[in-house]
Design a protein around this ligand. Sequence first.
Ligand code: GDP
Ligand code: IMO
Ligand code: MG
Length: 420
Amino acid sequence: MVDVILGLQWGDEGKGKIVDFFAHNYDVIARFQGGPNAGHTLYVDGKKIVLHQIPSGISHENKVNLIGNGVVLDAITLKRECDNVAAMGVDYKKNLYISERTHLILPTHRAIDKASELSKGNEKIGSTLKGIGPAYMDKTGRNGLRVGNLLDKSFTTEYIKLRLKHQKMLDSFNFQEDISSWEEEFFEALDFLRGFKIVNGEYFINEKIRQGQKVLAEGAQGSMLDVDFGTFPFVTSSSTISAGVCTGLGIAPQKIKEVFGVSKAYCTRVGSGPFPTELNDETGELIRKTGNEFGSTTGRPRRCGWIDLVTLQFACMINGVTQIIMTKADILDALPELKVCNGYNINGEAKNYVPFQMNRVAIDPVYKNFTGWQKDITTITDYKALPAEMKNYIAYLNDFLGVPVKYISNGPGRDQIVVA
Ligand code: GDP
Ligand code: IMO
Ligand code: MG
C-alpha cells in the first residue's frame, strides 16, 4: 500500500513538515521526482533541517528512505546533506537507499541551466539553477548517466563524451565560467555515492509492498509547477503529480491509496510566472514577513497572495486528492479580513477553470470575503477549540473543492497540527 503527500500549489506548501509528521505510520518514505531544487524544512527536537535530496523521513529511526528513479541526484548536495544530518545524530548509512536508475546531475547541467537562464533576458523561468532542466533533458534525450553507471568501468569515458556534448552547448551560449572546481568536488562526491546502498528501486519497493509494508511517497515542488499541467513554461521539469509516483518509483496505480494534498491557507510562488491572486501590497508584505516566506533553497523572497480555489480544484482533479492538509493557517492569525478566490474573470467572462496559458490572458480573480479570526491559534490542539471564523473558512473550502480539509497545521513544529 502506498500513500502520497504532494503539493497542490507552486511548491513550499510545507510538505517536509507533513511528511515528517506522518512518517511514523510508514515503513518506507520515498522521493519520486525533482532534485535539489526542493527545499523541505523540518524541525527535529527543535532543530531546523532543510532537506534537498534526502526524503523527509530520515530523522525517524528504522524507517527506510529511498531516493527513487524519478529523482535527479546531485551527488555534491547529497554528500553535504548527509554530513549535516549525521552531525544531528541521524544514521543515514543505515536508512538511506538510492535507486540505480536515478539520473545524475552533472556540473555541466548546472552550468547549462545558468547559461540558459542568462540567455533568456526578461523571460527567465526563475530556475533554482541546480541543473534540473538540463538533467531531465538528458534523461528524455537518452543521454544521461545514472547512479547504476557509477559501478561501470566505462563511467569516466561516458562522462567525458557527455562533457564534450555539453561543452558545445555552453560554447553556443558563450558561457565563460570555469567549472573545474565543481568537477573536482563532483568526482569526490561520486566516490562517496559509490559507498551507498544502491538498489534496484522498483523490485526493492514492490517487494516491501508485497510484504505488507507501508510506503509514503513524498512529492517535491507542487502541482502548478508540473511539467505538463503547471503554468508552462514557468514550471519545473518533472511530473510533480500523483501519476509521477508510478513512473518515479516503479509502482502500479492500484497500489496508491490516500493522496494527501498539501496547501497553504494562502498562496505563494517563488520564481517567475503567472500568479493570479498575487498581492503586491502591504497585505502581501505582511504575509511574507509573518510567514517568513523566503525560499528554503535560494533564499529569494516568495511572492504571496490569497488562496486560489480555481487552481486548487484543478490540482485536486489531476491528483485524485483524497484529503487536504492546510498548512500555515497561523500566518493569517492577525488579518481582520481574508479573501478566497473562487473564480476568474477572463476578458470580462466568468470562468472556473485553469486556462491553457495563464500568462496569455488577463485574469481578474473573483473573491469571496471572510472575516478573519484574529486569534493566536498556534497552541490549539483540538479542532473544537479553533475559532468559529476559521471553521467557517475551512467549511467553504470543503464545500467548494469537494475534498475535505482533514488536517490543519498551525506552526512549524512537528506536533503543531490539528485533526479536523
Ligand atoms: P516544502 O518545500 O513544501 O517542504 O516547504 P518549505 O519547507 O520550503 O516551506 C515551508 C516553511 O513553512 C518552512 O519554513 C516550514 O518550517 C514552515 N511551516 C510548515 N508548516 C507550517 C505551519 O503550519 N505554520 C508555520 N508558521 N510555518 C510552517
Ligand atoms: P519544494 O519541493 C518552490 C520553481 C523555481 C522556478 C521553477 C523552475 O521546496 O516545494 P527549477 O529549479 O526546477 O528549474 O525551477 O520552479 N521551483 C520551486 N518553487 N518550491 C520548490 O520545491 C521548487 N522547485 C522549483 O523557483 O520558478
Ligand atoms: Mg520548499
